[in-house]
Design a protein around this ligand. Structure first.
Ligand code: THU
Length: 139
């Protein structure tokens, strides 16, 4: 039986997988897709876009964040990252900081393998003690 959260996972997975197909990854041959559910229940997807000048490449999560922000939405309720193989593709350190900018204590991160297996974690467990101007403890 499916409930509404399963349905959201499926939609995010479908959207991320579609974007993943368009990834530009000729250097790593590692195609990643990401999809975000925002605070208004709109969904945004992207893929990694590499560059011959390697450091200029952009991760899939960064593209999905750009799509969310340019659509006028600002909060990541859920983000799903689909890997190109049978390992999970957890967000890299840089992407964790980028996600932190628009995440909150409820933000969920879904990691999907290429076979559709999904593992879900809370974002706060992926980046404890994250840097942020409003997140510093005073003690
Ligand atoms: N990549 C992502 O798109 N997201 C991640 O969280 C990890 C890595 C991309 C960057 C690069 O294009 C390729 O995967 C190999 O590192």
């Amino acid at each position: 039986m499916t409930n509404s959260s399963d349905k959201i996972h499926q939609q995010l997975l479908q959207l991320a997988t579609q974007a993943q197909k368009n990834a530009h990854a000729p250097y790593s041959n590692f195609k990643v897709g990401a999809a975000i559910l925002d605070e208004n229940n709109q969904q945004h997807a992207s893929c990694n876009v590499e560059n011959a000048a390697y450091p200029l490449g952009q991760c899939a999560e960064a593209g999905a964040i750009s799509a969310m922000i340019s659509s006028g939405n600002t909060q990541i309720k859920q983000i799903l990252i689909v890997s190109p193989n049978d390992n999970f593709c957890p967000p890299c350190g840089g992407c964790r900081q980028k996600i932190a900018e628009f995440a909150n204590d409820q933000t969920q991160v879904h990691l999907a393998k290429s076979n559709g297996e999904v593992k879900s974690v809370h974002f706060k467990d992926l980046l404890p003690l994250a840097f942020g101007f409003d997140k510093n403890e005073s003690t």
